[in-house]
Design a protein around this ligand. Structure first.
Ligand code: HEC
Ligand code: HEC
Length: 263
């Protein structure tokens, strides 16, 4: 078991995925399939942890759009990846060869042409909110974790004002790709003590010496890191609905979530 996967804190990781991967694939440059594949592998190994599946997990950076703030040409993009951005978590990567940089650029550019970018603003289908509400507390079983103005578990976010906080597209993403949601304050961790006993819970707080969690039976527990064998973030506790609900049902659920706005 790896010792700890602490994600770089300090910037909001708002993972917002794009649904439509089949969009127009017109691209002026031509990148070879081999470059794109090579770049995809490099991206997964070196970049995905921060930038996410769809390139927009770092706040205010959308690698899946062609509107990067700091690079417009392919050459500038390659140079940026190699030299990093001083004073940020985007460190220099002098280890990449020209061929590898070409692959990364090819991958990022095709990612952009496939998604059209701006994931959280794209239009999504909105169905019927009252059918969505029935699904939420019925078949889709969302209410077994989430309250809406109370009623849920203390371990999971209450969704009372979710429609006021997130765009429809990002709400759809939250349902379809929960594994990509790395939200500060909503992350579950497993700690293993020296005897091998494991505890899972919602991370409340941690510093260099200790970890505080709310365990799955909703008790506050604290561990000294010195007494632990390992502490790891867990993947999302929320299952994706993409193979469980129809497109129409998802549209109904999204409409219900959008309607949840606190006064
Ligand atoms: C440890 C986290 C981390 C990793 C790993 C990482 N980045 Fe970044 N990256 C950032 C952050 C944070 C920023 C934004 C810095 C800022 O502007 O404050 C950023 C910015 C960028 C930008 C500039 C975006 C713009 O709008 O101009 C590009 C391009 C980029 N990263 C590409 C990559 C690529 C390619 C990789 C993998 C080789 C990678 N990053 C790995 C954290 C990371
Ligand atoms: C097993 C418990 C569980 C169930 C069931 C569940 N969720 Fe979640 N949900 C979570 C957790 C944990 C998070 C925090 C982010 C993550 O881990 O993906 C979350 C996050 C969310 C968010 C984002 C919250 C925010 O603050 O932005 C939304 C929206 C959401 N869930 C909606 C739903 C809907 C709709 C359903 C039913 C289809 C559902 N959830 C079912 C546990 C659950």
């Amino acid at each position: 078991m790896s010792r700890h996967h602490r994600r770089a804190a300090g910037f909001g990781l708002a993972a917002m995925l794009l649904l439509s991967m089949q969009g127009a694939n017109a691209q002026e440059h031509s990148y070879t399939p081999a470059d794109i594949d090579n770049g995809r592998g490099l991206y997964q190994a070196n970049c995905l942890g921060c930038h996410g599946d769809q390139g927009n997990a770092v706040e205010s950076v959308d690698l899946s759009s062609n509107r990067l703030r700091r690079a417009s040409t392919d050459e500038e993009l390659a140079a940026l990846i190699r030299s990093g951005i001083p004073g940020t978590l985007m460190i220099p990567r002098p280890q990449f060869s020209d061929g590898e940089l070409q692959g990364l650029v090819a991958f990022l550019r095709t990612m952009a042409s496939q998604t059209g970018g701006a994931g959280s603003e794209r239009e999504v289908a909105l169905g019927d909110p009252s059918r969505g509400q029935q699904l939420f507390f019925g078949k889709a079983d969302c209410g077994s974790c989430h309250g809406v103005g109370g009623g849920g578990s203390r371990l999971y976010v209450d969704l009372a004002n979710i429609g006021g906080r997130r765009t429809p597209a990002s709400l759809e993403n939250a349902i379809l790709y929960p594994e990509a949601e790395l939200r500060e304050g909503q992350r579950f961790m497993q700690v293993v003590d020296k005897s091998g006993a494991a505890t899972v819970g919602l991370l409340m707080n941690q510093d260099t010496d200790s970890v505080q969690m709310m365990s799955l039976d909703e008790r506050l527990v604290s561990f000294g890191k010195r007494d632990l064998e390992a502490w790891n973030f867990l993947p999302s506790q929320m299952q994706s609905s993409r193979d469980v609900l129809s497109a129409e049902e998802i549209a109904d659920l999204v409409a219900y979530l959008v309607s949840l706005k606190a006064e």
